[in-house]
Design a protein around this ligand. Structure first.
Ligand code: HEM
Length: 477
């Protein structure tokens, strides 16, 4: 029996050894980007920690590899960590590098088939992006929904002071991140389907988004060894499927309410939900080939994705406050600016934003140091050449926004919080300045940028304009 097991172990080790040797030989003939030498079986996984964008940045510096190959288990990944590597991948080669590399957890319950975050860059993805661009984020729609954002900011201020009172007034810290997240979700609900989430649903959505982002970002054996994905060894896909079902049930309640209202002859609200429900009807009549079809599943998928945008906004507000609390000089400057521009008004208006250059600089500096989406994943749909190296078809391409935003060739004292670096400079986050791409760049650039811009400045500016509350802040990432 023991001899049998020993023989099995030996055979296993021989297979591992030969496939490792074969892989090294194969890689040496392909002109892959440089990178740390992988170990058999696990590749470079042992070199990554809880915050992979940080460990990948360290490896890129150590191996002088702004474009770096890594083996994540059985998966070949290439990481772009410099502005020029990102420019080449997402500008020159964007036609071939615009598909998402999808984590196994995102496939839970078929979510990916209706997710603008995951879909390949083809008709359905384009249809969803177009819908959002015209119905949610266009200048006209944003102007029409300005009152909702104003109301959301006063809810935030009320919540923060209610929490402070409930915790015993001055001197007791308030968890401003949780309050900002809840308010951002409420605002998204009102923008998407003109309805409020009741308190229980709002808490549920917030908990789902939090748990889903932890699951999606955590290490998953299925992602490193796709051949084992069907077994879902860590149960990540199963846990994600439960979250997706709960979220879809919340969206379904809104769809059902609207359909019953329509049947009863209620007036249209002309929001994203109305527009999407019209399209469900149209397509059923026209019978399309299905690729750009809008169905109830598409509405569930899109609304779920958009809800996740709320977390990026509250993360940015939390990190800005955390940095400012450690930088009294910057805190004083931003509060003086707010005092002189906003005066005695309770909260800032959208028309004030363009007159607050120091607040702008604080938001940019926060997004530079703490991008809430630090490592967006792509997949090469064809073999391409970047900076003279070959990126084979199917490679996972990671854009290390965290490392790029701290590139020492582009930024003086890159790890230091210094909003002044943006004053009087034309540098912005629209995806053209490749040393500063917190919203990504290229075809898959953040869809919610215009809304996020307004929400972050309004909420942060209004909180800072009311400085008497002690805030409980942590900035992760
Ligand atoms: C400060 C706030 C935000 C930041 C910094 C941010 C950043 C990003 C980044 C880096 C990406 C990936 C881009 C790429 O792959 O190159 C992204 C994608 C996306 N963002 Fe945002 N985001 C924010 C807020 C929002 C909000 C409020 C929404 C919606 C309500 C939103 C919706 C999306 C969607 C749908 C995508 C996927 C686009 C696609 O794959 O085609 N984001 N975001």
């Amino acid at each position: 029996m023991t001899a049998f097991f020993l023989a099995l172990v030996l055979i296993f080790l021989l297979i591992v050894f030969f496939s490792y040797a074969l892989q090294l030989f194969h890689d040496s003939r392909r002109r892959l980007p440089l990178g740390p030498r992988p170990l058999p079986l696990i590749g470079n996984l042992h070199q990554l920690d809880r915050l992979p964008h940080r460990s990948m940045a360290r490896l890129a510096v150590r191996h002088r590899a702004p474009l770096m190959s890594l083996r994540l288990g059985a998966v070949l990944a290439v990481v772009a960590s410099s502005p020029s590597a990102a420019r080449e991948a997402l500008q020159r080669r964007n036609a071939d590098i615009a598909a998402r590399s999808i984590g196994d957890s995102m496939r839970a319950d078929g979510h990916c088939d209706n997710s603008v975050l995951c879909l390949p860059p083809r008709r359905r993805w384009r249809a969803l992006r177009r819908l959002c661009a015209t119905e949610l984020f266009s200048p006209q729609r944003l102007a029409a929904t300005a009152a909702l954002r104003r109301e959301a900011v006063s809810v935030l201020l009320r919540r923060v002071s209610d929490h402070a009172v409930a915790r015993g007034g001055a001197g007791k810290a308030v968890d401003v991140g949780a309050a900002a997240h809840a308010v951002a979700l409420g605002l998204l609900a009102r923008t998407m389907f003109s309805g409020d989430l009741d308190a229980a649903a709002a808490r549920e959505v917030s908990a789902i988004v939090d748990e889903a982002s932890v699951l999606a970002a955590g290490p998953n054996v299925s992602d490193f060894f796709p051949a084992l994905a069907a077994a879902d060894l860590q149960g990540v896909r199963r846990r994600m499927a439960r979250l997706v079902k709960r979220m879809y049930a919340i969206v379904d309640e809104q769809i059902g309410k609207r359909e019953r209202g329509r049947a009863a002859g209620e007036a249209r609200k002309n929001d994203l939900l109305d527009v999407m429900l019209d399209k469900v009807g149209e397509v059923e009549e026209e019978s399309s080939d299905g690729d750009d079809m809008i169905s109830h599943d598409t509405i569930r998928g899109l609304f779920t994705d958009l809800f996740t945008g709320g977390e990026t906004t509250s993360h940015t507000i939390e990190c800005a406050l955390a940095e400012l609390l450690q930088s009294p000089n910057s805190m004083r400057k931003v509060q003086e600016e707010l005092k002189s521009v906003v005066g005695t008004k309770e909260q800032i208006d959208e028309s004030d934003i363009s007159n607050l250059p120091y607040l702008h600089a604080v938001v940019k500096e926060t997004l530079r140091l703490h991008p809430p989406v630090p490592l967006p994943p792509y997949e090469a749909e064809a073999t391409v050449e970047i900076q003279g190296y070959t990126i084979p078809k199917g490679t996972k391409v990671l854009i290390n926004i965290w490392a790029i935003n701290r590139c020492p060739e582009a930024w003086v004292e890159p790890d230091k919080f210094m909003p002044e670096r943006f004053l009087g400079r034309e540098i912005n986050f629209m995806g053209r300045d490749f040393q500063f791409i917190p919203f990504g760049t290229g075809r898959r650039m953040c869809l919610g940028l215009t809304l996020a811009y307004r929400m972050v400045h309004l909420m942060l500016g209004s909180l800072l304009h009311r400085p008497s509350i002690q805030l409980d802040i942590t900035c992760r990432g």
